[in-house]
Ligand binder design. Structure first.
Ligand SMILES: *Cc1c(COP(=O)(O)O)cnc(C)c1O
Length: 217
């Protein structure tokens, strides 16, 4: 699907949910995609992208920024503390704040750099061992901890378990965000973004439906 088709589907999902036109931001997930596919979406006018690796983003985005002007970049993959400074310099939004140590590192670097990207806390809604994220039951206290560090926490993000009904996870994330006064919800990918919009997503992360399947290997 091209940008117009995806955007139309997002707009109609907003309308069906009784939500304002334009209230959902498409984060076009360009990880691992060939440069010409990304350039096409830039040419079509889109300027919000998601990457899951700091190094890969550092390699390709300066060139795209030069050619097309600045895009807003969201980090959606795990962040090691030793990459935090690089990530804070490149990304506008870090969606994967998932542990206290990373929060403290980002707080310290924010002092150094005099700036900090917008931060979303990743919640492990399915309590999966192999998945990053704060446990749902620890979210309230982690939000408080981040606020006490003066971090600009603006939202929550989740990646539901593959074999479960995603709507249950979206509803849980929405409840946690509301309870903590957080305005943004990053949830929904290629296969389930309309369900996520129905449950309040403000950011949908769409890769393969927009760019085509990611090349393997
Ligand atoms: C790759 C990725 C996506 C995009 O997945 P698609 O199914 O290709 O839309 C969304 N969110 C995260 C965290 C990802 O790593």
């Amino acid at each position: 699907m091209d940008l117009t088709e995806i955007s139309n589907r997002i707009r109609s999902a907003e309308a069906s949910a009784g939500r304002a036109d334009g209230s959902v931001t498409l984060v076009a997930v360009s990880k691992k995609q060939p440069d010409e596919r990304v350039a096409q979406v830039l040419e079509d006018g889109h300027r919000v992208f998601g990457e899951n690796r700091v190094q890969e983003a550092q390699a390709k985005w300066p060139g795209f920024h030069d050619r097309f002007g600045r895009s807003a970049l969201h980090l959606i993959g795990p962040l090691q503390s030793n990459k935090a400074r690089d990530a804070m310099e490149l990304f506008d939004v870090i969606q994967v704040l998932d542990r206290p140590k990373l929060a403290r590192t980002i707080a310290r670097l924010a002092q150094d750099l005099g700036q900090c990207p917008s931060l979303f806390i990743q919640v492990n809604t399915g309590a999966e061992d192999q998945k990053a994220g704060i446990a749902p039951g620890e979210t309230d206290s982690f939000v408080r901890e981040c606020r006490s560090l003066d971090l600009p926490v603006d939202g929550l993000m989740c990646i539901p378990p593959v074999y479960e009904e995603p709507a249950l996870h979206f509803a849980l994330l929405a409840k946690l965000a509301e309870r903590n006064g957080l305005p943004n919800l990053s949830m929904g990918m290629s296969a389930d973004f309309e369900a996520a919009i129905a449950l309040g997503a403000t950011h949908v992360r769409i890769g393969s439906a927009l760019f085509g399947d990611r090349p393997t290997g």
